[in-house]
Design a protein around this ligand. Structure first.
Ligand SMILES: [Zn+2]
Length: 295
């Protein structure tokens, strides 16, 4: 018999965004990566007395899990797409393994599969020892593509973003601030100033844009079709849409702390010229209180 316990809501005194995984492609652990962290895509928007909103479920979801302990969390996930670096943390997320845990996952269907069909394909033998039906918590999956959604007091927009598969970006308006999450974004190969209308719609006047900045130009030149952006393009997207603060995200797993600090400085110089209030590179474990974002 399934025992339903009282849902746990993390206690926070103010709304904020915390980065639990900031890498793209694959997790990597090394002494050269301690400063920025080695986990893949996961960030969490905490709102006082409300369910947390989890942005992607990369290996950083396990880091979030560790911060919660074994609790019956009720949460909402906004999943951008189904690539490994965005979903690998799901079967290790303790709240879905706990009786009473409850997770609503919203994301795009792809390759003829519903979101639930795709996740069922991913989490089953021989790829994983059990299926999602063996989880003690409740897992509910909802196809969401180019639509809007209300999550408690948060208003959410999902819009298609150019990448290598069906991919959404998300705009979350909550606590009087707007956070936009676009971790994987294929910048146009021949025109680094062209921005898709759906991306401009998502980013319009946002307080914080968390955006793909995986490839410095030299790396982009080698991997132009791999689905990602340069820091230059991230700044350009922010400039065109009137974004205030830009957080570079989906750092390449090969880049050391020293290299990422250099990329961050480069992007800060670009951002200053573009009139942005703030540019930084996302670091694992760092929390950004929404009230402290510059206007
Ligand atoms: Zn991807």
């Amino acid at each position: 018999m399934r025992v339903r316990t009282t849902f746990y809501t993390p206690i926070v005194s103010s709304s904020g965004v915390t980065f639990y995984g900031v890498r793209g492609s694959t997790p990597f652990s090394a002494s050269t990566h301690v400063g920025f962290g080695g986990n893949t895509c996961c960030a969490v928007i905490d709102i006082p007395d409300e369910k947390p909103i989890i942005l992607d479920m990369g290996s950083g979801l396990f880091a979030y899990s560790q911060s919660l302990g074994d609790c019956a969390l009720e949460a909402t996930v906004l999943l951008t797409h189904l690539h490994w670096d965005h979903v690998a943390g799901l079967p290790f997320f303790s709240p879905v393994l706990c009786p009473g845990g409850s997770l609503d996952i919203y994301g795009p269907p792809d390759e003829g599969l519903t979101l639930e069909g795709a996740i069922r394909t991913l989490i089953r033998p021989p790829f994983f020892p059990v299926t999602i039906d063996d989880f003690a918590g409740d897992l509910r999956m909802h196809d969401l593509w180019c639509d809007e959604l209300q999550v408690s007091t948060a208003k959410v927009w999902a819009r298609p973003v150019p990448h290598t598969s069906a991919t959404s970006g998300y705009r979350v308006e909550v606590a009087g601030k707007t956070v936009v999450y676009i971790p994987d974004h294929q910048q146009p190969i021949d025109d680094s100033t062209k921005v898709a209308d759906t991306v401009l719609e998502l980013c319009d006047g946002a307080d914080l844009l968390i955006h793909d900045g995986q490839y410095p130009q030299a790396l982009f030149d080698q991997r132009a079709h791999w689905g990602h952006s340069t820091p230059d393009y991230a700044v350009e997207v922010a400039r065109q849409s009137g974004v205030s603060s830009l957080a570079l995200f989906s750092h390449d797993p090969s880049h050391t702390d020293e290299e990422l600090a250099g990329i961050e400085q480069y992007a800060q110089d670009l951002g200053e010229k573009a009139g942005l209030s703030q540019v930084f590179s996302a670091r694992e474990g760092v929390r950004i209180p929404l009230a402290e974002l510059p206007v």
